[in-house]
Structures are given as C-alpha cells and as structure tokens.
Design a binder for this molecule. Structure first.
Ligand code: HEM
Length: 196
C-alpha cells in the first residue's frame, strides 16, 4: 500500500508553460531555414511564453516565484558539490542549481527570440519591428543573425544540461521529476526543504 503524502508544487500555468515551450522551441530550432512561417510563429510562441513566465515569476504561486528559486552563487556551488558526493538536499521547488539553470534558459531563449525579431525585420521587412529597423546596415544585420544563431545553439546546450540535471536529481532522490512536471505533485517527506 502506498501511504506517501503528496503536495502540489507546479501550478497548471507552469506545466502548460513548460510543455508548450518544449514543443515551440523544438519546432523553431528545426524549421530554421526551410519553413519560415512555422519558424516565426514558433518563435513568437516562445517569446510570448517567456514574457508570461517572467510576470508569473513575480506574482505566481509559491514555487513559481523567482524569490523561491534564486539562490546565492555560494549556495549554488555548495549544492553542485553535494550533488557530486550524492548527498544533495531535496527541495520541493527548484533546487539551487536547477533554479540557476531556469534563469539561464529564460535569458538565453529571450535573447534568441528578440534577436530573431530583429533579423526578421531586417531581412524580410516583416514582424513587429519592421518599421523600427529600416536603418540597419548589412554589417549590423549580420551581427544580429550571428547573435540569433549563437544563442539558439547555447539554448540547446543549456537544455541538454537541464535534462541531464533532471535525470541525475530524479535518481539521487528516487523520484520521477518528469511526472512531477506533468501532474504537478511531489512527494512530501521529512527531508523536504522549501526556501523560506
Ligand atoms: C523533454 C525534455 C525535458 C524534460 C524531461 C524536462 C523536465 C523538466 C522538469 C522535471 C522540470 C522541473 C525541474 C525541477 O524539479 O526543479 C523542468 C523545468 C523547466 N524546464 Fe524542462 N524539460 C525538458 C525540456 C525542456 C526544454 C526543451 C526547455 C526549454 C526550451 C525546458 C525548460 C524548462 C524551464 C524554463 C523549466 C522551469 C519551469 C518553471 O519554473 O517555469 N525544458 N523541466
């Protein structure tokens, strides 16, 4: 009999945000040159989701708030060291390293989608910035294109590290964190730690 107690950790918005972001990001990444309409709409979706997530990070539910998962660099380093020795503490919300990764992913995806808007305006004269960037020269346009590509690839790297972190954390604490991001629930236990 399973008499474990569970508590709600990820609210419905966070779960919707997460899985829609995964789909939109994958679509945007793989439609780069060949399917521009799909690429642009996937990019708009990523940007819209990020803006909504940033607002939710200020006013949302407890574990969705930035104040719940922004930790000092020394706490993040100590957490990573503890993870190496397989003795990292369990957190109900994002752990210190996971929280830092969330911030890095949000920032990298934000730069990717915003620079994409500029490239779209310069090269195709389209999108919301089309009327603003008519003055951009060829060299500057190339810089934005490189920024766009660099941060898209950096985002992929961060996502791979993120997935590795989720798997390691799931093993260390013997829980299925992927399922948690689907049903929003996490096991309550005596060793639970929540940031006060
Ligand atoms: C299919 C592969 C993926 C899996 C299995 C996965 C799983 C997870 C899990 C379990 C969490 C919660 C971590 C925790 O307990 O602290 C999480 C959070 C997060 N993931 Fe993923 N993830 C995947 C792909 C992605 C991708 C592709 C992105 C970005 C494009 C992404 C961005 C995020 C973000 C931003 C959060 C923080 C959620 C929030 O607080 O709003 N993930 N992910």
């Amino acid at each position: 009999m399973n008499n474990q107690q569970y508590t709600k950790v990820w609210d419905p918005f966070i779960r919707f945000f997460h899985w829609t972001l995964v789909i939109a990001f994958v679509l945007a990444y793989f439609t780069e040159d060949d399917f521009m309409t799909l690429h642009t709409w996937a990019g708009y979706t990523v940007l819209g989701l990020l803006v909504a997530r940033i607002v939710w990070g200020l006013i949302g539910s407890r574990h969705a708030r930035f104040s719940d998962f922004v930790f000092s660099p020394s706490t993040i380093i100590a957490y990573l060291k503890d993870t190496l020795y397989l003795r990292a503490k369990r957190y109900l919300g994002h752990n210190p390293a996971g929280g830092a990764m969330v911030l890095l992913m949000i920032l990298s995806l934000l730069i990717t989608s915003l620079s994409g808007l500029v490239v779209y305006a310069v090269e195709d004269g389209a999108g919301p910035l089309a009327n603003w960037v008519t003055q951009v020269g060829h060299d500057e346009a190339e810089i934005f294109e490189e920024v766009h590509e660099f941060f898209a690839n950096l985002s992929v790297l961060l996502v791979l590290l993120h997935i590795a972190g989720v798997l390691v954390e799931s093993m260390v604490h013997r829980e299925n964190l992927v399922r948690t991001m689907i049903n929003g629930k996490k096991r309550l236990s005596n060793d639970k730690i929540t940031k006060e």
